[in-house]
Write a protein that binds this ligand. Structure first.
Ligand code: GH3
Ligand code: MG
Ligand code: MG
Ligand code: MG
Ligand code: MG
Length: 330
């Protein structure tokens, strides 16, 4: 006849499978009005490398909670002032502690008490009298799971941050895209209204680029766009923003810059692109790739939107094209 295994034996086996050293820096706060219980909790958990802070009344609990940053709470159900359930409810009201593992220690394991404990937001119950291996298993596995979840959350947050960044980068040229451009222009427009500072905008368009693609092929066109993006990027300050505005159009936002300053930046960009000497046999201006630019600057006002800046720069660009390309207009 096979002897039935008691729950105690099961916990014994499971706790042997756990590696104590893994929880070395785990921190627990235990609140219980019974010093003997606190002593037992300490004696059982300390050999597992757990740092346990014992409180025999809930009064210092909040201060200790804030300074300790614990991995788990052990709360006695019945205490003279606050019950473990009340403490648990209050802890859960703070979103910061929404995922903090809370175990309620109690002699009352009837259905109603159990329901109250879980309704208060606790994760589990530990029954009194305390069974060492059961306590260890429940506590250690909770901490491990909670830490694993924290790590996963952290990975998700990092991924989300990378996605957010990627959503603002043009995949071909690796410079900010139109979304990033819109955001920065809008943000600077609003920021500079009270400061009464000039916000400048340059829109650049590659000359005869359709013809470039037709002559050299689309992949070569892509390489050309990358070179131009790089060149524009290298011509500006960190507070400026260069973006790929459209197919072969680029835009530069220059906050707190005079129109003269923007003009000098435009000249620098044009000069550098000329120096690239990217051959363009189909150009209507030179035998290499050139760009045309529209430049504008304005002190932002509340009654207008940043769209007005784009419209004026666009118009100036159109004029530059009409004047024969490879030039800029205000
Ligand atoms: P203009 O001097 O008047 O600006 O003439 P254009 O030929 O440059 O202007 P148009 O608007 O007629 O043509 C723009 C070309 O840019 C057409 C399009 O195929 C090309 N283009 C847009 N995006 C890309 C891209 O990502 N890669 C490549 N290779 N070409 C692109
Ligand atoms: Mg008690
Ligand atoms: Mg164009
Ligand atoms: Mg063009
Ligand atoms: Mg065109």
């Amino acid at each position: 006849i096979v002897q039935p295994i008691t729950p105690n034996q099961v916990f014994e086996v499971i706790s042997q499978l756990l590696v104590p050293s893994q929880e070395k820096d785990a921190k627990i706060i235990a609140v219980d009005d019974d010093p003997i219980v606190l002593k037992t909790l300490t004696n059982v958990l300390q050999p597992w490398g757990v740092q346990i802070t014992c409180l025999d009344n809930p009064h210092q609990f909040w201060d200790v909670l804030k300074t300790t940053d614990p991995d788990l709470l052990l709360l006695d159900l019945e205490m003279p002032t606050f019950s473990g359930i009340e403490l648990c409810q209050v802890v859960r009201q703070d979103p910061k502690y929404g995922d903090l593992p809370i175990l309620v220690v109690t002699a009352h394991t009837d259905r109603e008490s159990t329901q109250k404990v879980f309704a208060a937001g606790a994760d589990d119950l530990i029954s009194k009298p305390i069974i060492g291996p059961e306590l260890v298993t429940r506590v250690i596995s909770r901490i491990e799971r909670s830490r694993l979840r924290q790590q996963l959350n952290h990975i998700h947050q990092q991924k989300a941050a990378i996605w957010q960044q990627q959503a603002r980068i043009d995949p071909l040229t690796q410079i900010p895209n139109r979304r990033a451009f819109q955001e920065y222009l809008q943000q600077q427009w609003h920021q500079l209204i009270p400061e009464s500072e000039t916000l400048c905008l340059i829109i650049c368009d590659v000359d005869n680029f359709k013809c470039y693609n037709d002559l050299y092929g689309h992949p070569a066109g892509d390489i050309c766009l990358k070179q131009i993006a790089q060149t524009i990027q290298e011509s500006i300050k960190p507070s400026d923003l260069a973006a790929r505005y459209g197919g072969e159009e680029f835009a530069v936002i220059l906050p707190k810059t005079s129109l003269d300053g923007a003009l000098r930046v435009a000249q620098r960009i044009q000069q550098k692109i000329t120096q690239l000497k990217i051959p363009h046999a189909g150009s209507s201006v030179k035998d290499y790739v050139t760009i045309s630019m529209g430049i504008t600057g304005k002190i932002p006002t509340a009654d207008k939107s940043f769209d007005s800046l784009i419209a004026i720069a666009d118009e100036a660009l159109y004029t530059a094209k009409k004047r024969g390309r490879n030039t800029y207009c205000l």
